[in-house]
Design a protein around this ligand. Structure first.
Ligand code: PPS
Length: 303
């Protein structure tokens, strides 16, 4: 299918027609009102969104498994900008957990006047790219990614849903939200999930016991989510997501990029991303230094 058959533009963002519409965006922008106790996980696609759809209901309910075992993740913690929000919003228990891929400047007015809390999850863009590449192969409502080389180019130019990774992270780094926002990385969550769940629960003012934290980490582990039909997208018909091509819960690891990039591609990728972040006052938890990256890849090849 042609790009224009699959996507439409909304305020400069390229969005898939299957999941988004002018109506859903108008609903989000004008009819939806944020509440002070809302919690919103914000991500660039493929950075840990569905992971937060698992963790947030567990934290907010103090470890009750009922929501994650009985409600599909897209209705349990809906995407603010998607068509389904309108259908489920009235059934969401308070405090509500929500997700969005929207950049900061496009959030609607009630977001800025509310006290809703935000958890921004960031992932190494090289792994985001890999995850997105496979997702574009299995999601029939997205454009075929083309070759790996072609997809790198599309990603760097922002010719993918939600535009450039650098624009997204920059928009959410320089906010006026003060202590309403916390930042966490996918890599931190992989490294020590119970510690990450503890940070999240503290941020949300939940004083959970170590036992509950362990329980939440267990039920939001990659393995548990892979086995949970409410979270593994097996309920989605194959005409939308073809799991023979790739799984939504594909690998769930850090550093899969090392299996994909050539040295030349790394130098190009890292230099474009670093240049676009130049002058912005934030440090990344991973290297975007092409020489370090290339050394990393070479070491991997030697192993
Ligand atoms: S989307 O389409 O934007 O909603 O995708 P998103 O959920 O942001 O990202 C999907 C990637 O997150 C991985 N994932 C996890 N990794 C580790 N542990 C857990 N529990 C987990 N849940 C989701 C998922 O496998 C995708 O990454 P890749 O690298 O493709 O495996």
């Amino acid at each position: 299918m042609l790009t224009e058959d699959l996507y439409f533009m909304y305020l400069g963002l390229m969005l898939p027609k299957e999941t988004h519409s002018q109506e859903s965006l108008t609903f989000f922008a004008q009819d939806f009102t944020f509440k002070d106790d809302d919690v919103i996980a914000v991500t660039y696609p493929k950075s840990g969104t569905i992971w937060m759809q698992e963790i947030l209901p567990l934290v907010l309910s103090g470890g009750d498994l009922t929501p994650i075992q009985s409600i599909p993740n897209w209705d349990r913690v809906p995407w603010l900008e998607e068509k389904r929000l309108k259908l489920v919003v009235d059934q969401l228990p308070s405090p509500r957990a929500l997700v969005t891929h929207f950049p900061y400047q496009l959030m609607p007015p009630s977001f800025f006047t509310s006290k809703a809390k935000v958890i921004y999850v960031m992932r190494n863009p090289k792994d985001v790219l890999v995850s997105s590449y496979y997702f574009h192969q299995m999601a029939t409502f997205l454009e075929d990614p083309g070759t790996w080389d072609e997809f790198i180019d599309k990603f760097l130019k922002g010719r993918v849903m939600f535009g450039k990774w650098t624009d997204h992270v920059k928009s959410w780094r320089n906010t006026q939200l003060g202590d309403r926002i916390m930042y966490i990385t996918y890599e931190e969550m992989i490294q020590d999930l119970p510690a990450a769940v503890r940070l999240i629960s503290n941020f949300l003012g939940k004083n959970l016991s170590d036992q509950i934290i362990e329980k939440i980490a267990h039920h939001s582990s990659f393995k548990s989510m892979q086995a949970n039909i409410m979270s593994n997208f097996s309920l989605v018909p194959k005409i939308y997501m073809d799991s023979d091509k790739s799984q939504f819960l594909r690998k769930g690891v850090v550093g899969d990029w090392k299996q994909h990039f050539t040295s030349e591609q790394l130098v190009h990728f890292s230099s474009v991303i670093s240049k676009e972040l130049e002058g912005d006052n934030f440090t990344l938890p991973w290297s975007l230094d092409a020489t370090v990256d290339v050394a990393n890849v070479d070491a991997q090849v030697e192993m």
